[in-house]
Each structure stands twice: as structure tokens, then as C-alpha cells.
Write a protein that binds this ligand. Structure first.
Ligand code: GTP
Ligand code: NA
Ligand code: MG
Length: 298
């Protein structure tokens, strides 16, 4: 990349934490929406991705399921992220998935901001929760550490502005850059089949700009980008760095965690995709029945 083509990009922030500690509710409050009410059983089933304007820039939020069955996806969520917001309900304290989330964030070497949620609740114990978190080396500056703790409530909205300010501050220190002039690349957040659209993929564009009509390779899937839809459901013509989108026009279902790239033409996309599938097949034969996901081969 030529230096002059690099531009600041918004941070990608993943909300991690124990089931029902309020990740989706906090995001709803930030976006002024009610996603939680539409969720089956109030459980987030997949990674929800949203781009929210903030001051002169924007912040991408990834909401992740808190259910244990989704641990591996959550791990991948942490891999595309610049900052982790660890959501801990202050009435419940540190729980098994809180610890998992801390481990994911530490493995990904990304800064952690702790959101102590549900402080509106009677019986919430934010100080005791902070005390518990010190065991995992998350220590507030009053106690000699350098972790940011913000007391929040997804119900009253208390502390939300402060949380956003800290996110922006931490992002500023990271000086995150990308080159919007390049061909797009990034990560698949989800693949699914949609009525009338065939295979669709939720992508996070991390570098470059993805355009309608581009030839794309996502894991073992390939194709020509047909529609690009932003997180509000609007059709857009192109998407730059730090943008979550949904695309159609691909041959197959990619998996969460697969990387995507724009390539020169369809035959190149097809031959690389087929090569990958063949390698996958051979590896599977070598290793017995253990199934490898395509991203393990990259
Ligand atoms: P999973 O996606 O299942 O892991 O849950 P989650 O972390 O997204 O939690 P969710 O937002 O679904 O909230 C769980 C419950 O806690 C819901 O009933 C929310 O209304 C409630 N809740 C979330 N935040 C707060 C809060 O700040 N205060 C109070 N009183 N209740 C909250
Ligand atoms: Na929930
Ligand atoms: Mg949720």
C-alpha cells in the first residue's frame, strides 16, 4: 500500500460475555432498536453486525451469542475485532463464559473495556464484580491497573455515552488504518441460504472497497457480487473498510471465519475455490473422519 492511500478506519468492537448479561440489550440501546425482542428465546443465534456513526467516524459492533454451543464462533468473533467490550452483569458477577470471553480477548491480544451492566438493578454489586475481575488481571487504575471499567445500564442508558467515548479513545490509540482503493478483503461472519437469493454471506470488509460486480472468493465459495446490503437492509453499490454487509451471488455457503478476497475474474475464483475444496478433501482423507473447516487450510 502506498502510504498516501491509507485512511483511518472505524474500530471493530465485539461484545462478549456470559449468556443474558445484556450484550444485545446494550447494543439495542446504542442503536435505539429492539433486536432482543425479536430473538427466539432471547438468545442471540448468530453474529449481529452493525455500523454506528460516532462523531466524525463510525464504530462497527459485533454482537455474539452467549450460549456455550457457540464458543468457537465467539472465538472467531474476537479475531476480527480491534476492541473487546466484556459485558458483565453486576448482579450476577463473573460466570464461566465471562472467563472464556476474557481468554478469547487475551488470545487475540486486543484491549478489553469492561462494561459492568445492570447497575440499575437492586442487588447489583459493581465493586464486588470488579474485585472478582482483578483475579483475571483486569484491574482499574484506582487500584494500580490500566483496565477501563464503565458502569452501564441497557435499561436506563446510564454510562452508554461514557462507554462510546472510551471505545473511541482506545481506537484512537490504535491508529487503525486501511486502504479503501484496494480490492476488498475481509472475513465471513455468517453464511446462510435465503429464499429467492440462494447463498448469502454476511461479510466484514476489513480492507479495500467491495463493489457490486466484483469477482469474489470466500472460503470454498466463489461468484460475482450481486447485491450488497448494509446492516439496515439498504442496497448499496460499494462498501469500504470496517463495513459489515450481506452479499448474494455466490456459488456455495461459506463458513463463519472464512476469509474473502476479490480476484481478477470468475475463472480464477473458480479454480482457487476448487483447489481449496480438493485440498480439503485430501486432508480429510489423510486425517480420517475429522472434518476441517476451509479456513484451516488458508
Ligand atoms: P445472549 O445473547 O443470550 O447471550 O444474551 P445477551 O447477553 O445478549 O443478553 P440480553 O440483551 O438478551 O439480555 C438478557 C436479559 O437481561 C433481558 O431480559 C434484558 O432485558 C435484561 N437486561 C439487559 N441489560 C439490562 C440492564 O442493564 N438492566 C436490567 N435491569 N436488565 C437488563
Ligand atoms: Na439473552
Ligand atoms: Mg444477545
Amino acid at each position: 500500500d502506498r502510504e498516501k492511500d491509507l485512511e483511518l478506519r472505524g474500530p471493530v468492537v465485539t461484545f462478549l460475555g456470559h449468556v443474558d448479561h445484556g450484550k444485545t440489550s446494550l447494543l439495542d440501546k446504542i442503536r435505539n432498536t429492539k433486536v432482543t425482542q425479536g430473538e427466539a428465546g432471547g438468545i442471540t443465534q448468530h453474529i449481529g453486525a452493525y455500523k454506528v456513526p460516532y462523531k466524525k467516524s463510525s464504530i462497527v459492533f459485533l454482537d455474539t451469542p452467549g450460549h456455550e454451543a457457540f464458543t468457537s464462533m465467539r472465538a472467531r468473533g474476537a479475531n476480527v475485532t480491534d476492541i473487546v467490550v466484556l459485558v458483565v452483569a453486576a448482579d450476577d458477577g463473573v460466570m464461566p463464559q465471562t472467563v472464556e470471553a476474557i481468554n478469547h480477548a487475551k488470545a487475540a491480544e486486543v484491549p478489553i473495556i469492561v462494561a459492568l451492566n445492570k447497575i440499575d438493578k437492586e442487588g447489583s454489586k459493581p465493586e464486588a464484580t470488579i474485585q472478582q475481575l482483578t483475579k483475571y488481571n483486569l484491574i482499574p487504575d484506582e487500584w494500580g491497573g490500566d483496565t477501563v471499567f464503565v458502569k452501564v445500564s441497557a435499561i436506563t442508558g446510564a454510562g452508554i455515552d461514557e462507554l462510546l467515548e472510551y471505545i473511541a479513545l482506545v481506537a484512537e490509540m490504535q491508529s487503525l488504518e486501511a486502504n479503501p482503493k484496494r480490492k476488498a478483503s475481509g472475513t465471513v461472519l455468517e453464511g446462510k441460504v435465503k429464499d429467492g437469493k440462494g447463498s448469502v454471506a454476511t461479510l466484514l470488509v476489513q480492507n479495500g472497497t467491495l463493489k457490486r460486480g466484483d469477482f469474489i472468493l470466500c472460503g470454498g465459495a466463489y461468484g460475482r457480487v450481486r447485491d450488497i446490503i448494509d446492516h439496515t437492509g439498504r442496497t448499496i453499490k460499494q462498501a469500504g473498510p470496517s463495513t459489515p454487509i450481506e452479499i448474494s451471488g455466490i456459488s456455495d455457503l461459506p463458513e463463519a471465519g472464512d476469509k474473502f478476497y476479490v480476484v481478477k475474474n470468475l475463472s480464477q475464483a473458480k479454480s482457487i475455490a476448487e483447489e481449496r475444496k480438493k485440498n480439503l478433501h485430501e486432508k480429510n482423507l489423510e486425517q480420517g473422519s475429522r472434518k476441517l473447516s476451509i479456513h484451516e487450510l488458508m
